[in-house]
Design a binder for this molecule. Structure first.
Ligand code: MG
Length: 358
């Protein structure tokens, strides 16, 4: 089988409401949808959803990268994943969103060729994974109201964004815990908003609200600070922006700078690299979470959920991006129904159908 053509489309979908984190506010999911075509008539879909606040990439850059990758990949067998990835890495440094789009499409093709859903190709531990749902930064009252609504809808874990000031963050968590009661997990994401000492102080003051874990308390480059927080806090500490790829994971794990690692396809460059991160973590006895960018749609979420369901060491998921879309532009895969259990289609590949009206 040979790649004959790679088409790229862009979608821009308004979110139901703007989503604020400590780094800024996001109003639209903007992503690149690729279709990798082959000489056997089999094709695969993939998505690159650049979260500029996290990866520094934007949509035009991602589209340009995919065009570079197309030139490099014509004539290559898309099921030769190791070779495809070697070509991508030689064609462009970094550029994880563009690489993810191609990687995802190649896994879709491999699944179709093998007659198996991708979650089975990746290990088949389960065909579903439970996700949390995220509350963006707002007033404590509004955040508590949203969290209570999500619990009513059946969610067991609320992820809440924090990372502004100590007093505001404590007020947010207090309001949410009071609204959802005990028995619901609350995980925090500071998106690099605190210093190491500030993180320790806040986490101590939040002790009475029973926090499951704290994600990325300090700036992404502050590995020493992350290690300090992990070693001086009784709450689990998880990396997000500090761990893009397997090399970051090895550094973090070898110094025990984190307790949990948040893997995102859009940070690491796709399923192949994500598997490496998970292997490093699993070998070291560190569990992983599968996360997503707010900018992703149901393609990225389906691919991430496939990986999360397939692997035993990925014990948590934060795959709620489709819940905030005002419209679904792409058919197939996981839909936008707002529910905690993401159940994967049994069709070969990812079960993707294609863009609506194109
Ligand atoms: Mg995060």
């Amino acid at each position: 089988m040979k790649i004959t053509n790679i088409k790229v489309d862009t979608v821009e979908v308004p979110l139901v409401e703007p989503f604020t984190i400590s780094l800024g506010t996001i109003t639209h999911a903007k992503s690149a949808i690729v279709k990798v075509e082959t000489d056997e008539g089999i094709f695969g879909y993939g998505e690159g959803g650049p979260g500029i606040l996290i990866t520094g990439e934007n949509l035009p850059g991602t589209v340009d990268c995919i065009k570079v990758f197309e030139k490099a990949l014509i004539g290559t067998d898309p099921t030769d994943l190791e070779k495809v990835y070697w070509i991508l890495d030689r064609a462009a440094a970094h550029a994880p969103c563009g690489k993810t789009a191609i990687d995802m499409a190649c896994y879709d093709i491999l699944g179709k060729k093998a007659g198996l859903p991708v979650y089975k190709l990746l290990g088949g531990y389960s065909n579903s994974i439970e996700t949390d749902i995220t509350v963006g930064i707002d007033t404590p009252e509004y955040m508590a109201k949203k969290a209570a609504e999500f619990v009513k809808m059946g969610f067991n874990t609320i992820k809440t964004k924090v990372g502004t000031t100590t007093e505001e963050d404590i007020a947010r968590v207090k309001a949410i815990r009071e609204a959802v009661g005990s028995g619901v997990k609350i995980r925090l994401d500071a998106n690099q908003g605190w210093s190491a000492k500030q993180a320790i102080q806040i986490i101590e003051r939040l002790d009475e609200y029973d926090i499951e874990l704290v994600e990325q308390p300090v700036p992404y480059y502050d590995f020493e600070g992350l290690e300090y927080v992990t070693k001086n806090s009784k709450v689990l500490i998880m990396s997000d922006e500090s761990c893009f790829n397997a090399k970051d994971a090895l550094r973090l794990v070898s110094r025990r700078a984190v307790d949990v690692v948040n893997i995102k396809l859009m940070k690491c460059g796709g399923i192949r690299e994500a598997l490496k991160i998970n292997s490093i973590c699993e070998t070291a006895g560190i569990e992983c979470m599968l996360g997503c960018m707010v900018e992703e749609t149901n393609l990225g979420i389906t691919a991430a959920a496939s990986l999360g369901a397939a692997t035993k060491n990925i014990t948590r998921a934060d795959l709620d991006a489709t819940f905030t879309l005002s419209e679904l532009m792409f058919e197939g895969g996981i839909g936008t129904e707002v529910k905690k259990d993401l159940v994967l289609p049994e069709e070969p590949g990812f079960g993707f159908k294609g863009l609506k009206n194109r």
